[in-house]
Design a protein around this ligand. Structure first.
Ligand code: G1P
Length: 185
């Protein structure tokens, strides 16, 4: 209840002393292989104690709704993260690459979360703890393949239902027929 950073910290005893993934369930990525699978494959090409965050470009007027990454050295679909900021004020974002709800993190994040102060929105932010960890460990951004659905907004939730429904052979035709009725076609 105190924020995403607090929620992750609550899982410290279950995770123990090994790298782990964070999956925010209000974000879906429609793709095979899935977003996390793509990240795990990329992680295997990196050194130990690397952290990864999935990112996606968003329009400039939406950057204040997300965690945003600065972009350092690039290598294909991956780049070294050069600074992060949680929900930057309009016009101050270092890029338009928003953190999507998939992370691979090292267990040292828990020590930082233990004393993490409240940040944007008065919440204990995972992004702020990642900024702390980035002083001693590498962070990489991954521009994943797939369609992101942010179900944290009502239109996003509705769009996800339609997108996933259209991918299901047993639902597709019926769904299209219903939508046509509403669209008056
Ligand atoms: C959280 C994270 C943010 C990230 C977003 C993705 O924010 O704090 O960095 O970009 O998820 O959905 P929330 O949506 O909980 O405000």
């Amino acid at each position: 209840p105190l924020g995403l950073g607090h929620a992750v910290w609550c899982a410290r005893d279950i995770v123990g002393n090994e790298p782990f993934a964070v999956v925010l369930p209000d974000e879906l990525v429609l793709n095979t292989p899935g977003c996390l699978k793509q990240m795990i494959e990329m992680a295997s090409s990196l050194g130990e104690k690397s952290n990864l965050v999935a990112v996606e470009a968003v329009p400039d007027h939406l950057t204040h709704q997300y965690g945003i990454c600065g972009v350092g050295k690039r290598s294909g679909k991956m780049f070294e993260v050069d600074g992060m900021v949680e929900k930057p004020a309009k016009g101050t974002a270092p890029s338009n690459l928003s953190i999507t709800g998939r992370y691979i993190l090292q267990p040292e994040i828990f020590k930082i979360l233990q004393t993490q102060e409240r940040g944007a929105g008065g919440e204990i932010q995972l992004t702020d703890a990642m900024i702390g960890l980035a002083t001693s460990q590498k962070f990489y951004g991954v521009e994943f393949e797939g369609e992101r659905h942010d179900c944290g907004s009502k239109p996003g939730f509705l769009r996800a239902n339609i997108a996933y429904g259209l991918k299901r052979p047993e639902l597709r035709d019926g769904l299209i027929a219903e939508m046509k009725k509403y669209l008056g076609q």
